[in-house]
Design a protein around this ligand. Structure first.
Ligand code: PHE
Length: 350
């Protein structure tokens, strides 16, 4: 027995000095204390011994068991500490290093315009609604008094997807949608900002641009309401000294129709290259909702009347921020976007 224990002690010393990694320790525990472990085996012939012998063997086996397990545990603790120290060393953060400069974004000029338009109309009691860019011919044209073959369709070079579906050329399609979906036929006061598409492209026209549509339907709505609303709107967007001029025009879905000019905010109306020396800049199309459009939308034109308007959002952004080419608004060039710092917003016309 003595010899056996001596031998085990020797093997244990060798093992302990050879182990350098924590995960090898698990096997070591099994080697001594497992079912067939070196120490467990010492007690395999206990049943053949006398009571006194058993006591003696039990004592020495316990001794070596405790000795082995405390040595193995001590090694385990040491290796764990070593591992942790290594990990801490590897993950050390040098908090004295200077930080890299965070790049701050800015609000896109286009979004600034949309938010201002929404602010104004929400303050006047309008809802802001949304409509799909992939539209039906019916909503974009037919329900707006533009039947198939109507010559005014040519003015809006349309991207057709198939015979019925197209990319909307005007947010006016949302007029049709709003009237249709308002099943109770109650009054409507809505604006809809959104993207529209036309087959057009140069410095002032993009194949994609932004419009905002407005529609009011109620009893006794008159052209005077339209004029008052658009005058307030123009002053809010372009400054309180802005003058507004209404010219007769034609849109199939409004009657009478008007085009709205604002006094040139660059020269104040005296004439300059921006307004082509006329003192005026065209910004809006509008008019009283055509009786046919009311009828197709389910509103009796003998009871209801309304006005509608549509304006290009890009133009407002271009005027306000002196952007020479509409395409800058869509190319996401960081050199362009960087020019719209947040602190500039305080100086904007409000
Ligand atoms: N939809 C017209 C356009 O795109 C603008 C407009 C809207 C005119 C509403 C009258 C009423 O040119």
């Amino acid at each position: 027995m003595e010899d056996k224990i001596k031998k085990i002690r020797k093997i244990l010393e060798d093992d302990l000095s050879n182990i350098k990694e924590l995960n090898n320790l698990l096997g070591l525990k099994a080697k001594y204390f497992g079912k067939k472990g070196l120490i467990t085996e010492l007690t395999s012939n206990m049943k053949d011994l006398s009571i006194d012998e058993r006591k003696e063997v039990g004592r020495v086996v316990n001794e070596i068991r405790e000795e082995a397990s405390s040595k193995i545990n001590a090694l385990e603790k040491k290796l764990k500490e070593k591992e942790l120290a290594l990990k801490l060393e590897q993950e050390k953060i040098d908090i004295s290093l200077p930080s890299c400069k965070l790049k701050r974004g800015s609000r896109h000029p286009f979004n600034r315009i949309i938010e201002d338009v929404e602010d104004f109309f929400v303050s006047q009691g309008y809802d802001v609604v949304d409509g799909p860019e992939l539209e039906t011919d019916e909503n974009c044209f037919r329900l707006l008094n533009l039947p198939l073959g109507h010559p005014a369709r040519d003015a809006q070079d349309t991207f057709y997807i198939d015979e019925e579906y197209l990319l909307r050329t005007q947010t006016s399609s949302v007029q049709a949608r709003t009237m249709q979906s308002n099943v109770d036929k109650t009054p409507i006061r809505m604006i809809c900002p959104g993207k529209v598409y036309r087959r057009d492209e140069d410095a002032t026209h993009s194949h994609q641009f932004g419009q905002v549509e407005g529609l009011v339907i109620d009893k006794d709505v008159s052209l005077a309401d339209l004029k008052g609303t658009l005058e307030l709107f123009a002053k809010k967007m372009l400054g309180k000294n802005t003058k507004v001029r209404f010219r007769p025009s034609y849109f199939p879905f409004t009657e009478p129709s008007v085009e709205v000019d604002v006094s040139c905010f660059k020269c104040g109306g005296r004439g300059c290259p921006l307004c082509k020396q006329t003192g005026w800049i065209e910004v809006l199309g509008a008019g009283m909702v055509h009786p046919n459009v009311l009828k197709m939308g389910g509103y009796d034109p003998n009871v209801w009347s309304g006005f509608a308007f549509g304006t290009g959002l890009d133009r407002f952004a271009m005027f306000r921020y002196m952007i020479p080419d509409i395409r800058y608004l869509y190319t996401n060039d960081i050199r362009f976007l960087k020019q719209f710092y947040r602190k500039d917003e305080e100086n904007e016309i409000k």
